[in-house]
Design a protein around this ligand. Sequence first.
Ligand code: HEM
Length: 401
Amino acid sequence: MTSGSIVAQITDYANRPDPYPLYAQLRRTPVRREDDGTYLVSTYYEVRSLANDPRLSNDTSNRSPGYARPGQPVESGLPTSFIFTDPPLHDRLRDTINRPFGPPHSPRFLDSLRGELARVVTELLDAFEGRDEVDIVEDFAYPLPVTAICRVLGVPRDDEPRFHGWADALASSIDPRAGDDGGPEKAQRARQELGAYLADLIEARRRHPGPGMLSALAPDMAPADLEATAVLLLVAGHETTVNAITNTTLTLLHHPDVLDRFQKDPDLAVPLVEEVLRYEPPVQFVPWTTALADIDVAGTTIPRGSPVWLMLAAANRDPRRFEDPERFDPTRRDNEHLGFYTGIHYCFGAPLARMELHMAVPELFRRVMFSRLLEDPPPYRANAVLRGPRHLPVAIEGLMA
Ligand code: HEM
């Protein structure tokens, strides 16, 4: 990868607040080969077709020797989580894990969490009373998804200070530049420590079952597979939804006309959330797929063994698919964005994430009288893949009951 390459620019922290001109540049070459042999695919139909192509693997051990393998510390000898597997193993694991989570076996599980999550939203917003500045990330967007994923798994919420740092290190390790500052070693350690913490908890749940997925899955899964699944769900359930809530807040404050409409018509919440997932997707690209065969796409052959990055955020603004794609428009029709991906790896947690967003966003904008952003652009996280502000300080004028 040369320093002036487009990948270097996309991963360059200086471009984190606005990578979209780079994505527009990328789309001019729908399938682009970088100097190091990585292929970047950035247009909607090509990304969608590859994400549904069985010749593309999520298991990076299929890469030709010498290529970096983001996000997959397999060298530790620990089992990988199902996101990094292919069928039939992927499908078997996903089917098992879905049993206590969603339909057809558990259609009411997520609904059963609503009451508690609504109380958390209310308490977090009540704590804004009397303040004239808040940090949307620390004070609102982070605590809600963490509570949600703890309840989903049956992990004690009070243990959060213990696993916060491990989850952070693992989320950071999927950034293609994580290697620059000893990221893989940190991730390896974090994976081992978080794994050990969860293994103890799984053992305790096996002996004394309680609410949540760990107890429900313990009789049906090998302990190491369940541990890997719990690590994945805890990490995936952490940062993505935090970024989604924060990106929604920032985008609305940048679009006062839309905010005004939304405040008059809270029914806009559902299409608004979908439009944020298109316009500012919390997962900007998927850098861990590998071609299992030579694949012809848009006139280019991607050779077998090559790393392939699917650029979701670029595809989501492809003018061949979306009319006026640079416009943030929650009333747009036919918004089949790729924010949650597509195909067999479509986001497992999408129903949970949507439920949290539909609860959090309308309440935030109903109750809080926003004055202005205190830093614009706000400071971003280092991660180019799971992109979002690290902090979002805003001035507020008051709080409705
Ligand atoms: C707005 C929030 C979220 C966004 C934008 C998001 C986005 C994504 C994307 C793009 C993928 C595909 C990655 C790939 O295949 O390589 C994915 C997969 C996944 N997500 Fe999410 N996610 C969100 C929230 C969640 C939550 C809350 C959970 C936990 C319950 C979760 C669990 C997963 C899992 C387990 C996978 C792997 C699915 C598979 O390989 O079959 N996600 N997500």
